[in-house]
Design a protein around this ligand. Structure first.
Ligand SMILES: Cc1cc2nc3c(=O)[nH]c(=O)nc-3n(C[C@H](O)[C@H](O)[C@H](O)COP(=O)(O)O)c2cc1C
Length: 209
């Protein structure tokens, strides 16, 4: 089949696009507002986009209520920082708790029974239970094009430079991060999830090692 993405004439009940771009890593974004109140929310439009310096982004896909945008973006811009926490498989239910539409200022880390841990370079806490956390300095936000009639769904990319990296000793084996030890959760389409549990090595043909 083929469909025109601008007309969305796919004929399915649910738009299939997000089920085609999978699996997507989940950035579990912790921030504080200018008063120091903690916020935590998952973003699957999240990834690294460069290495030198390391830059990551999470993307807002719309707004709700009267908020001009989502709290994670508001706090990242207001304080100049955010933290990306890794969702290991044992944290999946608690990650899901933090996606609820809590009022601004409500601490989703507390709501989900998670423990805040101090960061070294940013004010926002990381999730202590998370095996990996990236401390990020907000760099810029890119406003994405607005589709006519879909103003409330206007998207934006929040980009930050990774300045501090926490890796729990339990997931380090022989000088490498062992993905099987923490089974990071990734998002599929249709509210479905997966973990990395089928890993194989494949070197580039021109790799001399
Ligand atoms: C696994 C998962 C991934 C999500 N990914 C995104 C995303 O990439 N962009 C987005 O705007 N919302 C995403 N959401 C919804 C947000 O988590 C939700 O709107 C949340 O309330 C935003 O919180 P905040 O306003 O505190 O930032 C996702 C939800 C879940 C459960």
């Amino acid at each position: 089949m083929f469909y025109d993405a601008r007309k969305r004439d796919h004929g399915f009940k649910a738009d299939p696009l997000k089920s085609l771009i999978v699996p997507r890593p989940i950035g579990w974004i912790s921030t504080v507002d200018p008063e120091g109140r903690v916020n935590l929310a998952p973003y699957s439009f999240y990834n690294a986009v460069s290495e030198f310096p390391p830059i990551v982004y999470f993307a807002i896909t719309g707004t709700y209520g009267d908020n001009p945008t989502k709290h994670s973006r508001m706090n990242a811009e207001a304080t100049g920082a955010f933290v990306v926490n890794m969702v290991s498989e044992d944290l999946k239910e608690r990650m899901n708790v933090t996606t609820a539409m809590f009022a601004h200022g409500i601490d989703e880390m507390k709501e989900a029974g998670l423990t805040p841990a101090l960061c070294r370079y940013v004010k926002a806490p990381r999730v202590a239970e998370s095996p990996v956390a990236l401390e990020c300095i907000w760099w810029k936000t890119i406003e994405l094009p607005i589709e006519p009639g879909r103003e409330k769904s206007a998207g934006s990319m929040v980009l930050g430079q990774v300045v501090g990296v926490h890796i729990d000793e339990s997931v380090i084996k022989d000088g490498r991060v062992d993905v099987a030890a923490f089974r990071p959760v990734a998002r599929l389409g249709y509210s479905e999830y997966t973990t990395a549990n089928n890993v194989w090595p494949m070197r580039r043909p021109d790799d001399p090692r």
